[in-house]
Structures are given as C-alpha cells and as structure tokens.
Design a protein. Structure first.
Length: 212
C-alpha cells in the first residue's frame, strides 16, 4: 500500500459501507478550529482599526495633537499592516506556521496593552505600528494555515469567509465604541478601546497553542 500524504488525507471523501460517497469532504473539529483561529485575526483587524478611528478625537484632545500628529496616529496601524504583510509573512516559511501563528498574536497582545497605557503621542504611534505589524503578519500566515488545512473543493469559500470577518470586526468595533462612549463620556475612555480586545486575543493565543 502506497504512502498517503497529508494533502491526500485532507482531500479524502468519506464513503458509506455500501460504497456510496458523501457529496464532499467533511471538516473535522480540528479543521474548524484552525479556520476559526485564523478568522480571529481578520476580525481583530476590523475591530481595532475602526475603534482606533473613533478614539482619535479623544486622543487628540488629551495629548493636544496637531494635524501632523493626528496623521501619524491615523496612519501608524495601516502602515504597520503593510510592512507586516510584506516583511513578516515569509517568516512562516522559515520558522514554521505554528510558531509564527502564535507569535503574531502575542505581539498584538503586547501592542494593545502598551497602547492603552500610552503616556504621549510618540509612544502611542509606536504601539499602533506594532499592532499593525502583528495584524499584517497574520494576513499571509492565516491564508497559508487555512489553505493547507482545508480541502481544495471548499478552500476558496473558507478563505474568503475568513477575510470577510474584517467587516464583521469593523461593525462590532464601531458598535462597542459607541456604547462605551455613551456610558462613559470621558477622555480616558479611548484607553479602554485598546484594552477590550486583550482577553479575546489572549484566548486566541491559547487556542493556537493546541494546533498540530
């Protein structure tokens, strides 16, 4: 009997005892876990970027920012995402999918906590850039992890489904920020915006530790 590759195992379609095949491959609980943990990174991106936009007026007033400072704060996360996707995505090929998949969420966790306690504009810009690096690195890594774990027949749909969670995160982030501001109309409230995702990100780090 020939050696079965991992890919052939993923593509295998179960059969009933009478020999009839199911319409397509079934996903195991581990495959759904992989997809969910990869999707989380896209969700956090939409959540954090949009909450950061709502936080900008509060930060601007508290740190007495000028137009240039506001521009740096606005661009820092997006610039970090671009650099992270271009420069850090290849690390998964060198060090392995799982270590990078975990490390980028740990970096995001550190960036969020540091941003929440920023004492000045320069510190905040640096933290937002680090957050962007982590989110950007998750772009190629999440794509690879999903693509290499999901059967080809449904791979495209699940990759697109994962990336569509950016929009879900944007909606949730905007709603949470609006509710929080309504209940706590204070300049310091923007710090809570960056603390709110900390626990969910920590749970994703914990979940990624158990991936094969």
């Amino acid at each position: 009997m020939g050696h079965q590759t991992v890919q052939s195992y993923i593509e295998e379609v179960p059969r009933w005892q009478d020999g009839a095949e199911l319409p397509g491959p079934l996903l195991s609980s581990m495959q759904w876990l992989v997809w969910s943990l990869a999707t989380a990174g896209k969700f956090f991106e939409g959540l954090i970027v949009f909450m950061g936009g709502i936080a900008l007026p509060l930060v601007s007033e508290q740190f007495d920012m000028g137009a240039t400072d506001r521009g740096f704060v606005t661009a820092a996360t997006l610039f970090g995402i671009m650099i992270g996707a271009l420069a850090l995505g290849g690390l998964a090929d060198r060090f392995g999918r799982k270590p990078v998949f975990i490390a980028e969420m740990v970096l995001l966790l550190i960036g969020l906590v540091a941003a929440a306690f920023s004492p000045n504009t320069a510190w905040l810009v640096g933290c937002l850039f680090v957050i962007g690096l982590a989110l950007g690195a998750d772009y190629p890594t999440a794509h690879l992890v999903i693509s290499e774990s999901i059967p080809a027949s449904i791979r495209g749909r699940l990759v697109l489904g994962a990336f569509s969670f950016q929009a879900v995160g944007a909606v949730v982030g905007t709603a949470l920020a609006a509710v929080l501001l309504a209940s706590r109309p204070d300049l310091e409230t923007w710090r809570i915006f960056y603390l709110m995702p900390v626990l969910p990100v920590a749970l994703v780090v914990w979940g990624r530790l158990f991936l094969p």
